[in-house]
Design a binder for this molecule. Structure first.
Ligand code: UTP
Length: 294
């Protein structure tokens, strides 16, 4: 029987060094794209996929994330007395249900695999979704919901994949692909940050996963991989051959918001997608680009 995915893990324990000094005292995951923090996009995507329990793996200096998903009485009272009901509704909508949100700390940022392992007691023996907030995807249907549709048919492990330029493979976990069916690609192997010459394909894993609870036993080994970090990819690779394992070629455009240019690109793309901002932004961008080309 295929167990439904009810829980999601949000690893937010990283240091976000590529965004210093902005991230010195503020979590990278709270950086806003237009008017919403990255982590809220990820949580909304999880909700849209039917997730009921939200597990955050945080670290020091990440309290702003906890506050964001809680009530803010002073703010709400001020909005109420000023009659700003739309804004009040927005502030309250962000709050996650009592008892549905869990926080645990990764005391040291030893890698993504280690962050996921830190959530083992909260995940227990259920399949889990893992969402990385810095991978932001503009799509018609939220990506995790696309994946859950496939997962409900085939079960096992499922990772979001996309083709990347060959010269970029050393930035990603790369898939050794097998048979393809619809949007699904059989996973025959996974390798983290391979050299261009050694890469089995240019199909890269991006930050959406549905994983069986066996992942925690594999991560328990705490073996260091690429970059001296405990890699999720290495834990996942150990599960290949023990049940279905697929890549899911998602519909949508992915932006790497962990990188400055990717973050700026996402901001523009999401703003252009918004009716209330599109026209004004187009005019201003056009003028800026003309000016910049002088
Ligand atoms: P990144 O590889 O982007 O690392 O992590 P980072 O530390 O956040 O950022 P840079 O490279 O220093 O700028 C991808 C995701 O995995 C989480 C991060 O919070 C981010 O959401 N992560 C990474 C952890 O939770 N713990 C870790 O030890 C590493």
């Amino acid at each position: 029987m295929i167990k439904r995915v009810r829980k999601a893990i949000f690893p937010v324990g990283g240091l976000g060094t590529r965004f210093l000094p902005a991230t010195k005292s503020m979590p990278k995951e709270m950086l806003p794209v237009v008017d919403k923090p990255l982590i809220q996009y990820a949580v909304e995507e999880a909700k849209a996929a039917g997730i009921e329990e939200f597990i955050f793996v945080t670290g020091r200096g990440k309290q702003a994330i906890e506050d964001h998903f809680d009530y803010s009485y002073e703010l709400e009272e001020t909005l109420r007395t000023r009659g700003k009901n739309d804004l009040l509704a927005q502030a309250r909508d962000v709050v996650l249900g009592a008892g549905a949100i869990f926080y645990t700390r990764q005391q040291e940022p030893l890698g993504l695999g280690h962050a996921v392992w830190c959530a083992r007691a909260l995940a227990r023996d259920e399949p889990v979704a893992v969402l990385l907030a810095d991978d932001l995807i503009l799509s018609r249907k939220p990506v995790l919901a696309q994946m859950v549709e496939d997962y409900d048919r085939v079960g096992g492990n499922l990772v979001a994949v996309m083709e990347v330029p060959r010269e970029h493979v050393s930035r990603y976990g790369i898939l050794h692909p097998g048979a393809e069916r619809g949007r699904m690609v059989e996973v025959k192997g996974l390798v983290e940050k391979p050299k261009v010459a050694d890469a089995p394909s240019n199909l890269a894993v991006i930050g959406r996963y549905i994983l069986q609870p066996e992942i925690f036993a594999h991560l328990e080994l705490k073996q260091k991989g690429a970059g001296g970090e405990i890699q999720l990819t290495d834990g996942m690779a150990r599960m290949i051959g023990h049940g279905p394992f697929h890549g899911h070629r998602f519909e949508g455009t992915r932006f790497d918001c962990g990188d400055k240019v990717g973050f700026l690109e996402a901001t523009i793309a999401f703003a252009l997608d918004r009716e209330d901002i599109r026209e004004g932004l187009k005019r201003r961008l056009g003028a800026l680009l003309l000016d910049g080309s002088k």
